[in-house]
Write a protein that binds this ligand. Structure first.
Ligand code: PEP
Length: 251
């Protein structure tokens, strides 16, 4: 693995009550004490303050699963960067494929949201990835280019390395159908080359994660790849033992 500090993030999606979030954190902390990875837990909004409280005093960060780019106003159901910071979040997942597919989140909205998150002091975790049909049509690079160009378009070159990108092929999310280490590494390398076309030094430093059916059994092989700087984990992140095993695989 490279000099870049790996990021292992647990995306709980719409799972876990406040009590369950606390229980998970209590089980997780002793199990990851030896790890040097940057660990992030992404609870639903309502469990965010309890998760922050349960992880207080540890190095584990807490990320929201989404935010809106406006600072305040008449946006029913939305949450701003300031609100997330106020609740103790240090990061935010943006453009998850479930948000793009089920809630019509667009590249244009993400182009506005990523720089707002960054400027507010949140670590943006920008998700990109192609569908199975797009891969079958050999369109993976074109889709990644479109999503990266848009998502990072308003991020100044000197801040590019402060974004985390998660390459998440849609066909691998929640399906048990993991990308091969070669497929994952090729796509992460392609994303890095796109960043290099803006700024070579940022490309060296930016963390590019893989996400899609990462489990303890496949984590070592994926995380051992030079271009893969960590993992965004869904299903296997609901169990503290499984998630800890993935963290441990990152070193
Ligand atoms: C995710 O939710 O981002 C994800 C990768 O899910 P899973 O690990 O379940 O495929």
């Amino acid at each position: 693995m490279s000099e870049r500090t790996p990021v292992i993030a647990a995306n709980w999606k719409m799972n876990k009550t406040i009590a369950e979030a606390r229980e998970f954190c209590e089980a997780l902390l002793p199990a990851i004490r030896e790890s040097d990875a940057e660990v992030v837990v992404c609870p639903p909004f309502l469990s965010l303050p309890a998760t922050v409280e349960a992880l207080a005093g540890s190095d584990v960060g807490v990320a929201a699963q989404n935010m809106y780019f406006e600072p305040d106003g008449a946006y029913t159901g939305e949450v701003s960067a300031t609100m997330l910071l106020d609740a103790g979040a240090s990061a935010v997942v943006l453009g998850h494929s479930e948000r793009r597919q089920l809630f019509n989140e667009t590249d244009e909205a993400l182009a506005r949201t990523v720089p707002v998150a960054l400027a507010s002091g949140l670590l943006p975790i920008l998700c990109v990835g192609e569908t199975g049909e797009e891969r079958d049509r050999d369109e993976t690079d074109r889709i990644l280019r479109r999503q990266i160009d848009a998502g990072l378009s308003r991020v100044p070159a000197e801040r590019l390395a402060d974004v985390v990108v998660a390459y998440e092929p849609v066909w691998a999310i929640g399906t048990g159908k993991v990308a091969t280490p070669e497929q994952a590494e090729d796509a992460c390398g392609f994303v890095r080359a796109l960043v290099a076309s803006r700024d070579e030094s940022a490309a060296e430093r930016i963390r590019i994660l893989y996400g899609g059916s990462v489990k303890p059994a496949n984590a070592v092989e994926l995380l051992g790849r030079e271009e893969i700087d960590g993992a965004l984990v869904g299903g296997a992140a609901l169990d503290p033992g499984d998630f800890a095993a993935i963290v441990t695989a990152a070193g």
